[in-house]
Ligand binder design. Sequence first.
Ligand SMILES: [Zn+2]
Length: 355
Amino acid sequence: MVAELASQDHIRALPKVELHVHVEGAARPTTLASLAKNNEVQLPVADPSDLYVYEGLEDFIAVYELVCRCLVRSEDFERVTYESLELANLAGVRYREMFFSPTFALRRGVAFQTIWQGLTAGVNEARKDFGIECKLIMDIDKPSGADSAQELIGMALTCDREVLVGIGGDAGEFGIDLGAFAEPFNFARQSGFKTTMHLSEEGPVSDIAVGVRELGIERIDHGFHLLDDEDLTREVVERQIPVTACPTSNVEIGLLDSLSEHPVPSMREHGVLVSINSDNAEMFRIDLADEFVRVQDAFGYGLDDLEDLSIAAVESSWLDEVSKKKMQRDFIAQFQKLRSEMDVHARVFDSLPEN
Ligand SMILES: [Zn+2]
């Protein structure tokens, strides 16, 4: 059967959850230019949007660090947080779990409280103005090592736990002793945080095995090469460990020539709980609605698939089970309403328990 395609307007209006997006990568080029000026950071290009072109992960991280240098004052963090949620709201995102990476700013002498106050102010303002809910995940910088991770998790303990829900890990993937993070990540979970990690973006599938089996992480960010290991794939499916895929991001940093080669369709066929995410929305000149449109085109998907991906993202989130079920019921009601408004036939969804 040919998949029923959704219009761009329909896709934009679909309620969505986003679980893999970095606040620092979601700054508008115009905002970046203004922050660079305020904080006396020299950008190497006249038009900041010219910065957002990369030749690989290392090149991308160099640009990312430059963006981070423009974030100095509490109001800078507040502005990028608020604006990224304003854009997310326009893409249909209702709930987001968003990364922030304090290492770059801390290294330059910015106080942790300055960062945290700005982020939470942005989250609270966006909730008030747009009704969007956002939780934060503190990303440790893997190349800085396990001691630095332990130190950051210590800082995380001082944060409002209603907002800071998890610990992640990102940045370079080569020459990292991943096993060394077992202790800090265990400590994080004992302290009540959820844990995730960027694994096998450029690095091999064995990184995912270490993350899942030795570090005990509860979600996999990227997991691009997961299907290279059949046993591990089976384990990830059986344990329903979610994978947050970022197809456009993977093309932008050169892992793939085109989106149609991305393993998301194959992951879904294997039963992997996978969601679609923008990773660094503005730095890749997309939002989550654009990403859904691209995924529909590249994978031959239809509206049913996009709705299923949205429901999978709710399931992959760190909301409690009652809140997840409520959000899934709300989403399904909105899917049906949108179908009726867009003159698309209604769909029969599997019924969800009442609570
Ligand atoms: Zn990422």
